[in-house]
Ligand binder design. Structure first.
Ligand code: NAG
Ligand code: NAG
Ligand code: NAG
Ligand code: NAG
Length: 302
């Protein structure tokens, strides 16, 4: 591991010096994966065939006004949480959505001389007494998920949040500078975003109560592409489980929008307990179909 790091670092340094001495704009405008590495200590995808076989940089992580989801991808997505309504309804809802929110996602473009570093901060109890706060805050992009709060836990989880992933059942209010990243699982989730940011949402409760209104900056709203969810399920999970977990999709999202990704707060704590860092869960015996399927594939060694 450490040899690999040193090697990657040296390759980066060599890359940079070649770049500095023989500046040739044509080489830089090639496919990002074939051009100069980034200036991070470790640059993603550099010479790693396992990674390169799976990553597909052409899949858009976020929806935009011009993006056309294939009907095929819609049909995969609609069964995740039993969507009954059709593709035209989905498209009409998105047309309304993009009248309110930015037409294209706010992303940092890759540049050969830069390092876009990302921290994905999960909600595991293993963050307690980790003292990772300052390290996490050092990243350019800091992605947190659902209720993962920072107040009162700054020394272990950090203070900054640039992106907050949520869905209606897990929504929390945001400050004016944090990007709201919606992971939609059904058309109602898109309708919720529109209503909860404007007149208020009065749709039906699903598996949990849903917030009527949410505070967030509407200029900083991004919606994950259902086609990206399907790509994660197929290319990265080989279609195991029903669909990828939020945490897994968060990591894949980071791999697509950053040059270097650090992951914090995933998995059980040192004693094997599955808790959130801010609460002890009474029922840690998670019995969702998805987790059970993943567990059984792990045990069968595939
Ligand atoms: C990079 O790939 C080449 C060709 O596949 C291989 O010879 C070399 O050892 C690889 N370097 C690293 C650091 O993995
Ligand atoms: C990568 O994604 C694009 C866009 O979805 C698709 O057209 C292409 O076939 C994919 N490439 C591979 C190798 O899967
Ligand atoms: C989609 O559903 C609506 C009702 O919600 C219906 O009026 C419309 O004809 C359907 N469109 C297609 C293409 O099936
Ligand atoms: C939040 O930011 C927007 C600009 O993106 C600005 O128009 C608005 O006034 C800000 N709101 C607050 C409460 O600071």
């Amino acid at each position: 591991m450490s040899r690999w790091r040193v090697l990657t670092f040296l390759l980066c340094v060599i890359g940079i010096s070649v770049y500095l001495t023989e500046y040739d704009p044509q080489r830089i405008s090639q496919n990002p994966l074939e051009s100069e590495p980034c200036t991070c200590g470790n640059c993603l995808a550099e010479n790693d065939t396992w990674f390169l076989q799976r990553i597909n940089q052409s899949v858009e992580p976020f929806l935009s006004a011009n993006y056309k989801l294939s009907e095929d991808a819609f049909n995969w997505w609609k069964i995740l949480q039993e969507e009954k309504r059709n593709f035209s309804h989905y498209r009409e809802t998105l047309d309304t959505l993009f009248q309110i929110f930015p037409n294209s996602p706010d992303l940092i473009d890759p540049r050969p001389q830069e390092c876009r570093s990302c921290a994905v901060v999960g909600n595991s109890g293993n963050l307690i007494r980790s003292h990772y706060g300052p390290l996490i805050d050092f990243h350019d992009v800091i992605i947190r998920i659902n209720h993962g709060q920072t107040k009162g836990y700054e020394s272990d989880v950090g203070k900054r949040t640039t992106h907050r992933i949520m869905y209606p059942e897990s929504a929390t209010d945001l400050d004016n500078t944090t990007r709201l990243v919606l992971f939609p699982f059904k058309i109602q989730d898109l309708e919720w975003l529109i209503k909860a940011m404007t007149t208020g949402f009065s749709g039906k409760r699903t598996y949990a109560p849903i917030k009527y209104k949410i505070k967030a900056n509407k200029d900083l709203v991004m919606v994950m592409n259902p086609g990206f969810m399907r790509y994660v399920h197929e290319a990265w999970l080989q279609k195991k489980g029903r669909y990828p977990s939020t945490g897994f999709m968060a990591v894949l999202l980071a791999l697509h929008i950053c040059d270097e990704v650090h992951v914090f707060g995933f998995g059980a704590d040192r004693d094997g307990n599955w808790n959130h860092y801010w609460e002890k869960l009474k029922d840690t015996n998670f019995k969702t179909g998805i987790i059970l399927e993943l567990k059984s594939t792990k045990q069968s060694g595939s």
